[in-house]
Design a protein around this ligand. Structure first.
Ligand code: CA2
Length: 146
């Protein structure tokens, strides 16, 4: 049976493609989801692609993930820089985790340089736009094979 990867998107990522194209590009979350589905099919994986503006909802999805998912790709949006709750939830599960950011957070404001999510992630990809999600799926496919 194909492994299912949970792809989590945090607050405001539903607005992609509508504003700030100079930072986040013109892709919408829907086009990123479609690209992930195509890439996952090539890799013989399924994706479960979700977005929430609610920190508690993201925590609940992370807690439930080991029952039905083989790995997590997470762009926690601004919660990346603030949420000990997300760090605790990610640290409490035994799944491979890849953190993704569309923008290069290290080229931006100082407050975006620190990530709580990174403390629990196996790897982090940033600055490559939606392609970062596809690269994260490739990384998980390789890890799950080994
Ligand atoms: O670069 C990323 O992927 C971020 O996770 C995006 C977050 C930001 O807070 C992180 O520092 C880096 C923001 C997502 C909100 O995206 C918007 C898109 C269009 C219009 C407004 C917000």
């Amino acid at each position: 049976m194909a492994a299912t990867i949970l792809i989590l998107n945090g607050p405001n990522l539903n607005l992609l493609g509508t504003r700030e194209p100079d930072i986040y590009g013109r892709e919408t979350l829907e086009t990123i989801e479609a690209a992930c589905r195509n890439r996952a099919a090539d890799l013989d994986m399924d994706v479960d692609f979700r977005q929430s503006n609610d920190e508690g909802q993201l925590v609940t999805w992370i807690q439930e993930a080991p029952k039905s998912h083989a790995g997590i790709v997470i762009n926690a949006g601004a919660y990346t820089h603030t949420s000990v709750a997300l760090l605790d939830a990610l640290s409490a599960i035994d799944l491979p985790i890849i953190e993704v950011h569309l923008s290069n957070i290290h080229r931006r404001e100082e407050f975006r340089h620190h990530s709580f999510v990174s403390k629990a992630a196996d790897g982090m990809i940033c600055g490559l736009g939606g392609q970062g999600y596809e690269l994260a799926l490739e990384a998980l496919a390789k890890r799950l094979k080994n």
